[in-house]
Ligand binder design. Structure first.
Ligand SMILES: Nc1nc2c(ncn2[C@@H]2O[C@H](COP(=O)(O)OP(=O)(O)OP(=O)(O)O)[C@@H](O)[C@H]2O)c(=O)[nH]1
Ligand SMILES: [Mg+2]
Length: 452
């Protein structure tokens, strides 16, 4: 049964002109409106073509009304969707009329919030709706879809079950404070706690890749002034975003662009050239390059292939490893037979390209895809990738569990141990949005005889 709320309305499609726009209404008033606009007894999930007439009887547009009864709607309430022509004036007129008829404008996220409050989805699924809307790559989309279909809840279930068993075992002894926990039960509880810790540690480890999926893989382009870094950025994103000039020191500040390469979202960062004798402004730019490189997942070190190998700042070289860096020998179009062979790519992490005419930039993209692939966990099919909120809850739960283990080892009163475990359970419950007390009681009564 849905909780009772007022009736909200909002434009569900982006504002602006387009072929169509959708106005969505959720709440008890949606049924009343469906009866007015669609039919006396609106047929569920049936598109009905009709005129939208405002309260004064003026026709605003010809639209499609679709009514969803509370049992079959996304919010768990009566929902009416009005698909009209995508003219901002029309949608505004319809929304104003709906307000006249007793609706209120929805707050951001309020439809999804109602889905959660009405038990349609848990909190992690609500977050997945946002992830789905903002997914920028094949991988991010797949992960968001898994989470929307309850992927995280599925991973959390065995962990929470173990913890509920631990709580149930401990709470059975609370009524008998004079009795110590028997060694056998202590070991059992320790086993539960350790399995919960293991499971939560594994989930915590997925946060980093989760961040990469949501924000993109930070790929920083560095190199000497004039090596062609900005030309490479422009080539990869397919437009003239960065200023390119023959003058060394053109790029003074870093600039960032997101692109899709293969299944990955890449955050490409162009940086100031690493001049070993910088002027004061260039120096500020180089300091920023050092900052950028510290948080880089992938580094593209651009080198002018027609010149001698550059001398690089030690603050940069300390972050360059064979596994995170590709040396991009640029300006292949200028190479002649007399070019020193030392600069021709003969190492695994080197690629020879021309940012100017695009030669072999595809090879570079392949390398980026491979590198980005190597950042993902081994099995991705059913993997979930937690966000910062989940990570915070898991870390807090772990702290409580570790305190619980200490209490168990020091024979502390059972109430205190139970309190730690309950706190841990509440933190884990924050991930989905609730822990049902009934769940604990069910387990408690099923496996123990309280009166024993
Ligand atoms: N022939 C040729 N010229 C290139 C190539 N890539 C870049 N250039 C030229 O090299 C000069 C410098 O290019 P930029 O892309 O501005 O170099 P940068 O590394 O960003 O330089 P700074 O911002 O000064 O550090 C420009 O004149 C480019 O047209 C290339 O592949 N071939
Ligand atoms: Mg530049």
């Amino acid at each position: 049964m849905a909780q009772s709320f007022d009736t909200i309305a909002a434009l569900a499609t982006p504002s602006g002109s387009g072929a169509l726009a959708i106005v969505r209404i959720s709440g008890p008033g949606a049924l009343v409106l469906a009866e007015i606009f669609q039919a006396e007894e609106p047929r569920p999930r049936l598109a009905k073509y009709a005129d939208y007439k405002d309260k004064t009887g003026i026709t605003v547009d010809d639209v499609i009304f679709t009514y969803y009864p509370e049992k079959h709607s996304s919010t768990g309430e009566h929902v009416l969707e009005i698909s009209c022509h995508g003219n901002p004036y029309i949608t505004q007129r319809i929304l104003s009329d709906l307000l006249e008829r007793g609706c209120r404008l929805a707050e951001p996220g309020e439809f999804t919030r109602r889905s959660f409050l009405n038990g349609r989805i848990d909190l992690s699924q609500a977050e997945a709706v946002m992830d789905l809307i903002s997914a920028r790559s094949e991988r991010a989309l797949a992960a968001a879809n898994r989470q929307l279909r309850g992927g995280l809840a599925l991973h959390m279930k065995p962990i929470i079950n173990e913890l509920i068993s631990a709580v149930a075992t401990v709470e059975a002894y609370i009524d008998f404070p004079e009795e110590d926990l028997p060694e056998e039960d202590k070991n059992k509880i320790k086993g539960y706690i350790n399995r919960v810790l293991d499971g939560s540690i594994q989930l915590l480890a997925t946060q980093r890749y989760g961040d990469l999926l949501r924000d993109g893989i930070r790929t920083v382009i560095i190199g000497e002034p004039n090596a062609g870094k900005s030309s490479l950025l422009n080539r990869l994103i397919g437009r003239d975003r960065a200023i390119v000039s023959p003058q060394a020191g053109t790029t003074r500040d870093f600039l960032e662009e997101r692109i899709i390469i293969g299944p990955h979202c890449i955050r490409l960062v162009d940086t100031a050239g690493l001049n070993i004798n910088p002027d004061p402004i260039e120096k500020l730019g180089i300091d920023k390059t050092v900052e950028c490189i510290q948080s880089a997942d992938i580094i593209l070190l651009v080198v002018d292939s027609t010149k001698k190998a550059p001398v690089t700042d030690s603050r940069i070289t300390e972050h360059i490893t064979s596994s995170n860096t590709l040396t991009v020998l640029n300006k292949s179009d200028l190479l002649t037979v007399s070019t020193p062979t030392a600069l021709i790519p003969n190492q695994i992490n080197t690629v020879l390209i021309s940012a100017y005419n695009g030669t072999d930039v595809d090879l570079l993209k392949e390398w980026i895809i491979k590198k980005a692939d190597s950042l993902k966990p081994a099995s991705e099919e059913d993997a979930v990738f937690i966000n910062a909120r989940h990570a915070h809850a898991l870390s807090q739960a772990q702290t409580c569990l570790r305190e619980g283990l200490v209490k168990l080892d020091t024979n502390a009163p059972t109430e205190l141990l139970a309190s730690d475990l309950r706190s841990a359970l509440n933190f884990l419950g924050e991930i989905s949005g609730h822990i049902d007390n009934e769940q604990i009681l069910d387990r408690l009564f099923a496996s123990f005889c309280i009166g024993k």
